[in-house]
Design a protein around this ligand. Structure first.
Ligand SMILES: Cc1cc2nc3c(=O)[nH]c(=O)nc-3n(C[C@H](O)[C@H](O)[C@H](O)COP(=O)(O)OP(=O)(O)OC[C@H]3O[C@@H](n4cnc5c(N)ncnc54)[C@H](O)[C@@H]3O)c2cc1C
Length: 377
């Protein structure tokens, strides 16, 4: 970066309108994401996208990166909820796109270009989001498995059993160990647990679905099945998954991360490839993420490596991971975006013509290249 102006939208933080007739909410971009669902809840409505950073990130940032979350498997990502946008273009003109209409077959979807554009096309200053009716019940099931292979097969089998979970998350053996060390207590499945699957179900008549999920995971080798409906107990079940940011940092000191996505059934192959890359470069590899949509958060742990060794080994290991992702038919980012660091990977994954089209879209919106220069394209 060669200097520039930093624009903070933190104080554009008003919820402007909740329209219960049209099931929409209109907000400014600096609203902290968690506030949107809190507001929706007051009207019996629901805003499902739930990035793990929901208590600290902004809705403008979510739209700008097309953020996902655990509930993407049933409800989709931020992209699926944006109905309308106001954006200030690089020449200072304000553009209004979309509104409260649910359907739109009226020309190119410029709105969708802004979603995931990472601030490179315009500054988003107002957002209208779709809300959905709030589910009456929520339950969480946690199933420990001997290995990631049984766990991944179980997730696919749940979906094939005509159950659409709100969330289906996994942790591998290293992340379970990280959580155990961090929380300082025994975790479900004990030392035999080589992987966890978390399933969140929501709706009205959940008893039959819970039974079905329990049957399927047991048929696929689950060591146990724990279920919770009470909010406190649900939080307790999710705790090992939710503490992972801190738990991995406490163990690894510094982390080398990737947020890759592969077709769902190829998650075990990816996890194996990540482990092999770790072994080849002397790094502990930890994997967790969204089993329901194949989005894996890969972490290499620095532990007590010197700065020089870490700087040499990590890029090689990450490069091998990206090569495996490409071979498995995946993409370099599932939900965190491209930014500056993943630009070389994008160039490896997308056809030249696609990259050229992206560059011409950027040039059409921002011919002087003043917005987030050097990002994405
Ligand atoms: C602990 C933790 C957990 C996370 N979990 C998830 C997860 O589960 N799922 C997920 O998808 N991500 C996750 N993330 C990544 C990140 O929090 C999200 O991607 C979030 O959407 C970014 O929002 P932000 O407000 O922090 O945006 P920022 O980081 O401030 O901005 C992100 C990008 O958007 C641009 N931008 C921001 N606001 C605007 C605007 N109004 N107009 C135009 N451009 C704008 C910025 O320039 C930047 O390029 C996580 C991050 C952390 C730290």
């Amino acid at each position: 970066m060669g200097g520039g102006v930093v624009l903070s939208l933190e104080r554009l933080d008003r919820i402007l309108e909740l329209d219960p007739e049209n099931l929409t909410i209109t907000v400014e971009p600096g609203v902290v994401t968690a506030r949107i669902d809190e507001e929706a809840r007051r009207f019996g409505l629901f805003y499902p996208p739930d990035p793990a950073s929901v208590e600290s990130c902004s809705i403008g940032g979510n739209v700008a990166v097309g953020a996902g979350g655990a509930r993407a498997v049933k409800y989709g990502t931020t992209r699926d909820y944006v109905l309308g946008l106001e954006a200030v273009l690089p020449d200072g003109e304000t553009l209004h796109i979309g509104g409260k209409n649910v359907k739109d077959a009226s020309g190119y979807h410029l709105k969708d270009l802004f979603i995931g554009s990472e601030g490179t096309l315009g500054v988003i200053t107002r957002i209208t989001l779709r809300l959905v009716p709030r589910p009456e019940r929520e339950v969480v099931l946690l199933a420990p498995f001997p290995s990631i292979h049984e766990a991944a097969r179980a997730v696919t089998a749940i979906l094939r059993a005509r159950v659409v979970p709100a969330a289906a998350e996994f942790m591998d053996d290293v992340t379970i160990e990280a959580a155990r060390r961090y929380l300082g207590r025994d975790l479900p499945g004990g030392p035999a647990a080589g992987a966890y699957v978390f399933v969140e179900l929501d709706g009205r008549d959940l008893d039959a679905e819970m039974e079905r999920v329990a049957e399927v995971v047991q048929d696929h080798g689950a060591l146990d099945v724990l279920a919770a409906e009470d909010p406190g107990q649900r939080d307790r079940l999710w705790e090992s998954r939710r503490c992972l940011g801190e738990a991995l940092r406490a163990w690894g000191r510094q982390l080398g991360k990737a947020d890759v996505v592969v077709p769902r059934a190829r998650v075990p192959e990816l996890v194996e490839a990540v482990r092999q890359a770790g072994r080849r470069h002397g790094l502990v590899a930890a994997n967790f993420g969204h089993a329901g949509d194949g989005n894996v958060h890969v972490n290499f742990l620095r532990e007590d490596l010197s700065e020089a060794d870490w700087a040499e080994r990590l890029p090689r290991a990450l490069d091998e991971v990206m090569e495996a992702v490409r071979r498995l038919g995946g993409l370099p980012s599932g939900e965190h975006g491209i930014g500056v660091l993943k630009k070389p990977h994008l160039q490896r994954f997308l056809p030249e013509r696609a990259l050229a089209l992206m560059a011409s879209i950027k040039a059409a919106f921002d011919p002087l290249g003043i917005l987030n220069p050097g990002k994405v394209v």
